[in-house]
Design a protein around this ligand. Structure first.
Ligand code: OMD
Ligand code: FE2
Length: 440
């Protein structure tokens, strides 16, 4: 067993093997009549058994007790109905939306990573495995002896404030702001808060898993490199007669069951369905070195593909620190209308497209075909700036959840969170005609 539990296996979607005790993985087969150390063998399937090999994902877990050893589930009264997994009846608006930073837990509020989840927007339905949800989390309590799994889809977690110390069935992961973490459907985990209160964003996909984007003519390297994705190593707790709660998000509702032992009792595992994290500072940025503003797809970290080639259910895109060197170019984001919806958040610093109002911990949404672009002040400055090579966005990290689906906004997101900026539309009001029929 490794002494430091925060040691990682490198590589994206590799077929890993990991043992917390020597020879705890069965040799040459998955289900021997008796497993080493009298462990139970359990398969966790992340794709249908019959999915082609290129996309098939599953892991084998060798554990002290099988996961099925728990009492029946009943609804968890979490004091909030702010989770959603079907967006048929949520609010719709074609307006540009922007949110002030979402609250950290307020005085007197006690929330953990699960009870502090709030759905802001989404599309589709987890029951038919089509669509996505965007959540904000805020928490000030360790989950301690409460574990969680999401039956609805995969979580891509984007911490904005405070580290997350995540114990999973596969091992331990420490995630900092400016790192992201993916925990797939069904995987059990518990989140503690080593720095105190936390806040962040989550992109949940209902139908498929995250992949690295294809690189096309970029070649075999660049953007997020596969070796920089890391997966925890096997780690187990052998605790009897402890009271544990297992919470699940099942079609957007929380249920809880008791069990008398730690769910983190996996001594060894192997497979390619396992959680991972990635440090956004490792992103190899590629961009124009001649002229023009390149589309933000060039900054895609991970994508969840739809069945239509080239069209994503959801892309996770970042706007990382980099050099801007383009000549004769309006360098900030252009004005545009998109057949995709763009939900943006800010982890640190400022965003190059806006002069104020878009703050760390806040968000914006420009839905399908909703026009947007640089605000008037950014436009003015960038249209006249001297075009030296400049560092863009040092000390900053904005990101975008981009989806081909039309996003609806929840009651919490539009009303109850009380963070929507009514004057956002005014960012563009000062963009007056500069037209002259006489060419100059
Ligand atoms: O709207 C935004 O700020 C995101 C964005 C950035 C960019 O560089 C080009 C297009 C785009 O949608
Ligand atoms: Fe945009």
């Amino acid at each position: 067993m490794t002494t430091d539990p925060y040691q990682y296996l490198e590589g994206f979607h590799n077929h890993h093997t990991s043992e917390a005790l020597p020879d705890s993985l069965p040799k040459g087969q998955n289900t021997p009549q008796k497993c080493p150390y009298n462990l139970y063998a359990e398969q966790l399937s992340g794709t249908a058994f019959t999915v082609p090999r290129t996309h098939n994902q599953r892991s084998w877990l060798y554990r002290i007790r099988p996961s099925v050893v728990h009492e029946p589930f009943s609804p968890l009264q979490a004091g909030t109905d702010a989770l959603l997994s079907n967006f048929a009846n949520a609010h719709i608006t074609p307006n540009q939306l922007r949110w002030d930073p979402f609250d950290l837990p307020q005085d007197g509020e006690e929330v953990d990573f699960v009870t502090g989840l709030r759905t802001v927007a989404g599309a589709g339905d987890a029951a038919t495995r089509n669509g996505l949800a965007i959540h904000i989390y805020h928490a000030n309590q360790n989950m301690s002896k409460r574990a969680f799994y999401n039956a609805d889809g995969d979580f891509l977690i984007v911490p904005q404030h405070g580290r997350l110390d995540i114990t999973t069935e596969f091992g331990k992961i420490m995630v900092h702001p400016n790192e992201i973490c993916v925990i797939q459907r069904g995987i059990r985990y518990s989140v503690d808060l080593p720095d105190g209160p936390v806040r962040g964003y989550i992109l949940e996909v209902f139908g498929a898993h995250y992949e690295l984007p294809d690189l096309g003519p970029i070649g075999a390297n660049g953007l997020a490199n596969p070796r920089d994705f890391v997966t925890p190593q096997a780690y187990y707790e052998d605790a009897d007669n402890e009271e544990w709660q297992m919470v699940t998000k099942f079609l957007g509702k929380l249920f809880v069951a008791k069990q008398n032992h730690s769910p983190f009792d996996v001594v060894a595992w192997h497979g390619n369905y396992a959680p991972y994290k990635y440090d956004l500072a490792k992103f190899c940025v590629i961009n124009s070195v001649s002229y023009d503003h390149i589309d933000p797809s060039i900054f895609t970290v991970l994508t969840c593909k739809s069945d239509t080639v080239g069209v994503a259910i959801a892309d996770f895109v970042i706007f990382p620190p980099r050099w801007a060197v383009q000549e004769n170019t309006f360098r900030p984001p252009y004005f545009h209308r998109n057949c995709m919806s763009e939900f943006m958040g800010l982890i640190l610093g400022d965003y190059e497209g806006k002069t104020g109002g878009f703050q760390p911990g806040g968000a914006s949404l420009h839905n399908i075909m909703t026009p947007h672009g640089p605000d008037a002040a950014v436009f003015q400055k960038a249209s006249t700036a001297e075009l030296q090579p400049v560092r863009v966005a040092d000390g900053t990290q904005a990101f975008m959840f981009e989806t081909s689906l039309t996003l609806s906004v929840t009651e919490w997101g539009l009303v109850k969170c009380n963070k929507v900026q009514p004057d956002y539309w005014k960012s563009w009001r000062a963009l007056e005609s500069q037209f002259s029929a006489t060419q100059i």
